[in-house]
Design a protein around this ligand. Structure first.
Ligand SMILES: NC(=O)c1ccc[n+]([C@@H]2O[C@H](COP(=O)([O-])OP(=O)(O)OC[C@H]3O[C@@H](n4cnc5c(N)ncnc54)[C@H](O)[C@@H]3O)[C@@H](O)[C@H]2O)c1
Length: 276
């Protein structure tokens, strides 16, 4: 029943996993979609630089799991418009260039989904470094801020905007051996609520989605034994699928959610309910 026909959406970190599923779902519901990611096919500069973005970026760079342009091509086949762009959310100039290109090609920008993130900095406190902690914040939290700042003036001018920030249930509950990740995802909730207050006067809603354990390629790389233990602790006894998160993002991107702003909605199979 949700129709995003006539809306233009920009999704970050959409080459794989949750971001790709969200981009495809937005396309299916009729939106024109700008698919963006740090990684893009045939990006020759990637390999050398990717290690500074973490283990996952280095692992996936240059593989067939990089599907930024492919995702845009799949969306075009649905009969809507789509663009695929390299866009590092830590680089305001790159973001501005993509936003300008979107406005030029698509004429507007209605929905921003801040999905790009890193979750591979896992170490106890003695083994954490300031660099790694700050990298988590820079990509996961400041990255979302950078993208919102780039689209804000246009949404404000058109008096309509939907910003959906992908946080995590660990933003509420904490994450053992992931202080940077936990802080960045809690920070996203604060960013969401603060900007929801400001956007309310301009028709811009800002909401956060808090996934639990979702079986994306990145999550499935963990030790299978550890994943089994995790599944066992989730009330519904399984990980979620990206397709179980994407419809909520589409709803929050639509007119139907017009009276919702500043929310932080868990999609966890009940994993956020435990207090022990
Ligand atoms: N999978 C889960 O269980 C889960 C749970 C809660 C929250 N999340 C959040 O959902 C989002 C997606 O998770 P996923 O499992 O699909 O992970 P993923 O690692 O597969 O996807 C993250 C994407 O972000 C991109 N990215 C990384 N750094 C970037 C940068 N600087 N600029 C632009 N793009 C960049 C990556 O290239 C990748 O395509 C993340 O924000 C993650 O924290 C995931």
């Amino acid at each position: 029943m949700i129709s995003l026909t006539g809306k233009v959406a920009l999704v970050t970190g959409a080459s794989r996993g949750l971001g790709r599923a969200i981009a495809l779902f937005l396309g299916e519901t009729g939106a024109d979609v700008v698919v963006t990611d740090l990684l893009i096919e045939n990006d020759v500069t990637d390999k050398d630089k990717m290690a500074e973005y973490g283990k996952l970026a280095a692992h996936f760079s240059g593989t067939d799991k990089v599907r930024t342009q492919q995702t845009a091509d799949e969306i075009k086949k649905m009969g809507v418009r789509s663009l695929g762009h390299k866009m590092d959310v830590t680089q305001p100039a790159q973001i501005q260039a993509v936003v300008s290109e979107t406005l030029k090609q698509m004429g507007r920008i209605d929905i921003l989904v801040n999905n790009a993130g890193v979750m591979d900095n896992m170490a106890v406190m003695e083994k954490q470094t300031l660099n790694m902690f700050e990298r988590d914040l820079k990509i996961n939290l400041t990255g979302a801020f950078n993208c919102i700042q780039a689209v804000w003036p246009y949404m404000k001018k058109q008096k309509w905007g939907r910003i959906v920030n992908i946080s995590s249930f660990v933003g509420l509950r904490g994450a053992l051996a992931q202080p940077g990740y936990g802080a960045s995802k809690a920070g996203i909730i604060g960013l969401t609520r603060s900007l929801a207050l400001e956007g309310a006067g301009y028709g811009i809603t800002v909401n956060a989605v808090l996934p639990g354990f979702i079986g994306t390629e990145a999550v499935k790389m963990h030790d299978p034994k550890m994943l089994d233990q995790i599944k066992d602790r989730i009330p519904v006894k399984r990980m979620g699928n990206p397709d179980e998160v994407a419809p909520l993002v589409a709803f929050l991107g639509s007119d139907h959610s017009s009276y919702m702003t500043g929310t932080a909605i868990p999609v966890t199979g009940g994993a956020d309910l435990f207090s022990f």
